[in-house]
Design a protein around this ligand. Structure first.
Ligand code: SAH
Length: 353
């Protein structure tokens, strides 16, 4: 039993079952035993691998897409270059290197990173120190400037609540105790104003998820973009509308039960992009598959250019990385891009208009 499991069981005994969101929040963010507060989750030695860790091309393409949007919006002389959950800093390092070729972009950029993990802040400082980043605990604290922002695999870490349809009402999925261990249960069913708009497209027994922190974040980013200009590129796994149980725990590159090792496994849920688009008070592009997005930005030409200097195992790994990022059977279809931008501005390159 992890220490956090003992703490959670004690809390449940004292105050009753937890929502899935309360459980996720505690597992990921507990100040002493939380997953993100205590671990370095990324890479071969960690629990999972992300697109920027697969190939430098990912950060290069995203950086150049931001730079093109910056040019299209009249090259604001000072802007916030932002990233939410920058992990090891790899994506931003690749984006900064690629955009060196864009006159004026780097000089106009102030780098701001939103990161909770002290261990990852250190890795980011090591990789991005030259660009003098400022760190923040929350996107609310980003400076009042035009905002050109990337978030890759950030929103899937935000806590979701889960609801099971029962006639006109919904049970909330809860986490309580059974035989001395954490166990799922359900609240009594009740109608919910929050889910009124889902009565038409769901049936008895369907599960849907809501993510209040994600909609609040989309509102914050969208308002800044509407007021000051900019663009947000939000990349993650998910769909337009939430449907089904997408809560997932991953430890050492394997899926594990979400209740088995609280605090020691990464815990995520799919992103419901439609809810983000609805909450953001600015324009949004059509949801675009990652594979299509990267191809439109020219990843194949970049892959060919890099391949010219490679041979043997290195070349094989490079070809496999390109495929992994873009192929529909790998990350190309599951991962999607939502772009937020100001009403009246052109959408950033690569996304569906
Ligand atoms: N974007 C990186 C890392 C993805 S992992 C990549 O693609 O490799 C998720 C990142 O978000 C980590 O850096 C994690 O520490 C951070 N994070 C998760 N939840 C957060 C929160 N609520 N506030 C700030 N950072 C958070």
């Amino acid at each position: 039993m992890t220490e956090l499991e003992t703490i959670l069981l004690r809390q449940i005994a004292a105050t009753g079952p937890l929502s899935v969101a309360e459980y996720m929040q505690t597992c990921l963010m507990h100040p002493v035993h939380g997953y993100y507060t205590t671990r370095a989750p990324l890479g071969d030695a960690g629990d999972f691998i992300t697109a920027p860790e697969i190939s430098q091309m990912f950060g290069e393409m995203l950086g150049l897409a931001l730079a093109q949007a910056w040019i299209d919006q009249g090259r604001p002389a000072r802007f916030c270059l932002g990233e939410l959950g920058p992990g090891r800093g790899t994506l931003m390092a690749d984006a900064l290197r690629a955009t060196r070729a864009v006159p004026g972009f780097r000089e106009a950029a102030e780098l701001h990173l939103v990161e909770v993990s002290p261990a990852l802040r250190e890795e980011q400082a090591a990789r991005l120190g030259d660009a003098a980043p400022t760190w923040h605990d929350s996107a609310e604290d980003l400076p009042d400037l035009p905002l050109f922002l990337i978030a890759n695999e950030f929103l899937d870490a935000l806590p979701v609540r889960q609801f099971l349809r029962d006639g006109p009402g919904w049970h909330e999925r809860l986490i309580g105790e059974s035989d001395g261990a954490l166990a799922f249960g359900l609240s009594d069913a009740a109608p919910l104003a929050l889910l009124e708009d889902r009565l038409d497209d769901t049936q008895d027994g369907d599960m849907v998820e809501t993510c209040a922190p994600a909609t609040a974040l989309a509102e914050t980013l969208g308002r800044r973009i509407a007021d000051r200009g900019g663009v947000a590129l939000i990349v993650d796994y998910g769909e337009w509308l939430s449907r089904g149980d997408s809560l997932q725990a991953v430890k050492g590159h394997e899926k594990v039960g979400p209740l088995t090792t609280p605090g020691a496994a990464d815990l995520t849920a799919h992103v419901a992009f439609g809810a983000l688009a609805a909450a953001a008070p600015c324009a949004h592009a059509g949801l675009t598959h990652q594979g299509v997005f990267l191809e439109r930005l020219g990843i194949t030409a970049r892959a060919q250019a890099l391949a010219r200097g490679m041979s043997g195992d290195r070349l094989d790994a490079h070809v496999a990385a390109h495929r992994r990022l873009t192929h529909p059977d790998e990350m190309g279809h599951l991962f999607k891009v939502l772009a937020l931008f100001p009403d009246g501005a052109p959408p950033p390159p690569g996304v569906d208009a």
